[in-house]
Write a protein that binds this ligand. Structure first.
Ligand SMILES: C=CCOC(=O)Nc1nc2cc3[nH]c(NC)nc3cc2c(=O)[nH]1
Ligand SMILES: [Zn+2]
Length: 372
């Protein structure tokens, strides 16, 4: 009996997209889904009630960050991550491994695991498949991720092949180390760089291990959009139709729509919260740099088509003032709006799948948003 169940509700007639629902021990969430990122057990600037008000179905936290601070034992003593942060809906923990390689003073990868320096105090840290799973077992997320190597871009074929084979060996060690498969679903992570042959090899090796869900890793690492789409087109069809597919670290509005069209069910990205904090907001007409003097006297909402608290109650002029004055309410409002924008985008994608018009929706959205 697995911790989650994926219900395939409808397949889009125009594309590879699917409408689905993932049932977890903390309730279900609809897919395709965008998962707000709460790296350190909080989606920066948003309370759990506010996240519920914008209909966030599932949020993500980082194993690496919570291991470094406050440490998984403190969270376990609180009754696990759900209790600690008072979020009673689904949670997914990924490694933050992406950050380890970009944040921590990354040291070396060996068969046993990865040695690196903490980005907080520079102390020496070690993560292995076993320790990464042990930490996630203590945190108690509903969906946890296998320990893998997120291969940098670009990378030589031979290096990628060796890394894929090690990631598969690590995946087997994760399954063995996992203590709560009936309450925490462990997802395998397909790697393979930008090589179709290695993407297929990684997928086949992980399919044999029969995970309850599969993530596609090693993308959104600096490669051109076309390469990412090509890797999706060669990998997604190999994955089981009756299990969720999670594209890690993606993404911007166009990537979310194009990823859903190619059969992806779950996405996560720091973009909405990160650009929100530096005064950039997403609107149906494209990105808006609200701190720009252009908006100093603009009494209209960020996005007239948006139903969020920021757009219903405040003007561009006021929010620009808050951002310029480094007032905390400023980044709360831009974050609130950006998250609601992406959650609404995914709601519209789900509607379009229901009505077999996702390609039409894509063309309309891209025309307004300013993509080609
Ligand atoms: C406990 C261990 C769980 O391991 C992982 O979470 N591994 C992992 N995380 C990723 C995160 C990514 N973010 C982006 N772009 C912003 N691309 C990403 C790719 C990966 C990936 O290939 N692997
Ligand atoms: Zn809004």
């Amino acid at each position: 009996m697995s911790a989650i169940r994926y219900e395939l509700i409808k397949k889009c007639k125009q594309t590879g997209a699917r409408l689905g629902r993932v049932y977890t021990p903390h309730g279900y969430f609809d897919t395709p889904a965008f998962m707000p990122v709460g790296t350190q057990a909080t989606v920066k600037g948003m309370s759990p009630d506010e996240l519920k008000s914008i209909e966030a179905g599932i949020i993500l936290s980082n194993t690496y960050h919570l291991h470094i601070r406050p440490g998984e034992d403190i969270i376990k003593e609180a009754g696990g991550l759900h209790k600690f942060m008072n979020w009673d809906r689904p949670i997914l923990t990924d490694s933050g491994g992406f950050q380890v390689f970009s944040l921590g003073d990354f040291r070396k990868i060996e068969e046993e695991g990865v040695t690196f320096k903490s980005h907080v105090d520079g102390s020496k840290k070690f993560l292995s498949p076993e320790s990464a799973i042990k930490i996630q077992n203590k945190l108690g997320a509903d969906i946890i991720m296998a320990f893998d190597e997120c291969i940098p871009y670009p990378a030589e074929f031979h290096y990628v092949k060796k890394s894929v084979e090690r990631t598969t060996r690590w995946a087997k060690r994760c399954i063995k180390a996992h203590e709560n498969p009936e309450t925490q679903a462990l997802f395998g992570i397909v790697q393979g760089g930008m090589y179709k042959e290695l993407r297929r090899q990684s997928a086949y090796e992980l399919l044999e291990l029969d995970f309850p869900g599969y993530a596609i890793g090693g993308l959104s690492v600096g490669e051109p959009a076309e390469e990412m789409y090509e890797m999706l087109e060669c990998t997604v069809p190999l994955l089981p139709e009756d299990k969720p597919r999670y594209l890690m670290g993606v993404g911007s509005p166009d990537y979310l729509v194009e990823g859903a069209i190619r059969g992806i069910d779950m996405f996560d990205c720091v973009l909405p919260t990160r650009i929100g904090r530096n005064g950039t907001v997403l609107t149906s007409r494209g990105r808006m740099i609200i701190r720009d003097a252009l908006y100093a006297r603009d009494q209209s909402p960020i996005d007239p088509d948006c139903d969020c608290y920021a757009c219903k109650n405040f003007t561009r002029s006021y929010i620009r003032h808050l951002i310029k004055a480094k007032e905390v309410l400023g980044i709360r409002l831009t974050t609130w709006h950006n998250l609601r924008f992406l959650l609404n985008l995914m709601k519209n994608v789900r509607e379009a799948i229901k009505e077999d018009r996702l390609l039409d929706f894509r063309n309309e959205f891209f025309k307004n948003f300013g993509y080609n």
